[in-house]
Design a protein. Structure first.
Length: 336
């Protein structure tokens, strides 16, 4: 009997030991799991329509940074949005963490101008880097006879959705040639992703889109049966003095061989910029910037619109103060 009792006690002790070991293992594993889950930061990048360049740019940035997602405990995702103005507002409200925004819109938001006149200066908006150049691009049905921006008078024109960057660019261009967008044209507020289809159907005469080239939107708009023309927007020096954030630019026709144009088209433009909010931790912004700059040559290969980029150009065209995490990297890399 004694040996039996002893054996039973021994088994119980052994069993309790096993239970304790298993329980500790479960606790350690689930605890570790929990701490990893707690530490992973998910950040959403606001872009633009899927046929623009912002959307693939958000994808390019995420692809490079997410290669180190385990190491950084951070994961970037991309959202298609209505464009620059929407992105600034959503970053400010916390719905987005990063965003791509036209340089002119960044300039206005940080100073409380244009769409931010009532809300005031968006002081927590922080610049991260500049990206590709964007041109204010005007495309018209060839059958409309529109050959200059002045010919838009009396026409049916998409100037861009509220929330887009291009809407104000269209208005500035029209105003500068004496066209009041409220009375002299039939202005539509369609999204850039919808405009090519509507132009090809003959439901509008022309549309504006401020975008990098090449873009899916203009590939689509030049690939239909309706012949289309890129319309030059040639403005005098006073325009550039009035609007310091605009610069002369050109739309290369090599990207759109089906357009009726036979040479590159002069217009004006801005830059796409990458912005965030001061609440995003320095370490995370530092890691984003560092990965893009360390993998700069790979990044440049991800879209033909990046072919003109240099590391130095990525620090110009920014009007909001740089995020401290970006400053840390630029100082380290000798770029500041
Ligand atoms: N520039 C446009 C905007 O801010 C977006 C262009 C794009 O998606 O590439 O609304």
């Amino acid at each position: 009997m004694r040996p039996g009792i002893k054996k039973g006690e021994g088994d119980m002790k052994k069993n309790s030991l096993i239970i304790v070991i298993v329980l500790s293992f479960v606790l350690v594993v689930s605890g570790a799991g929990l701490s990893v889950a707690e530490k992973t930061r998910f950040y959403t990048i606001g872009t633009g329509g899927v046929t623009g360049v912002y959307y693939p740019t958000g994808g390019a940035i995420s692809r490079i940074v997410n290669a180190k997602k385990q190491e950084f405990n951070m994961r970037l995702t991309v959202e298609s949005t209505g464009g620059s103005v929407y992105n600034v507002n959503a970053i400010m409200s916390g719905d987005l963490d990063f965003g791509i925004v036209q340089s002119d819109r960044q300039f206005q938001a940080i100073r409380g101008l244009a769409e931010w006149k009532d809300k005031g200066a968006q002081k927590d908006l922080k610049a991260v880097f500049s990206i590709h150049p964007e041109s204010v691009t005007l495309l018209a049905g060839n059958d409309t006879g529109i050959k200059s921006i002045k010919d838009l008078k009396g026409k049916h024109v998409n100037i861009g959705n509220p929330g887009s960057g291009q809407r104000q660019n269209s208005i500035d261009a029209l105003t500068s040639v004496g066209i009041n967008y409220k009375v002299d044209v039939k202005a539509e507020g369609l999204k850039a992703s919808e405009a090519p289809g509507v132009l090809l159907d003959g439901r509008i005469d022309a549309f504006f889109y401020t975008v990098g080239h090449p873009s899916g939107a203009f590939k689509e708009a030049t690939a239909g049966t309706r012949k289309v023309r890129f319309v030059p927007i040639v403005l005098d020096d006073s325009f550039y003095l009035n609007f310091p954030y605009y610069a002369r630019s050109v739309v290369p026709m090599s990207f759109y061989p089906s357009a009726v144009n036979d040479k590159d088209v002069p217009t004006f433009g801005v830059k796409a910029t990458f912005v965030t909010h001061s609440r995003i931790p320095d370490e995370d912004v530092y890691n984003v910037v560092k990965e893009i700059f360390v993998n700069f040559e790979n990044f440049k290969k991800l879209h033909p619109a990046y072919s003109v980029l240099t590391k130095e150009s990525m620090l110009s065209g920014l009007s909001a103060p740089l995020h401290p995490g970006a400053v840390k990297y630029y100082k380290e890399a000798g770029l500041l």
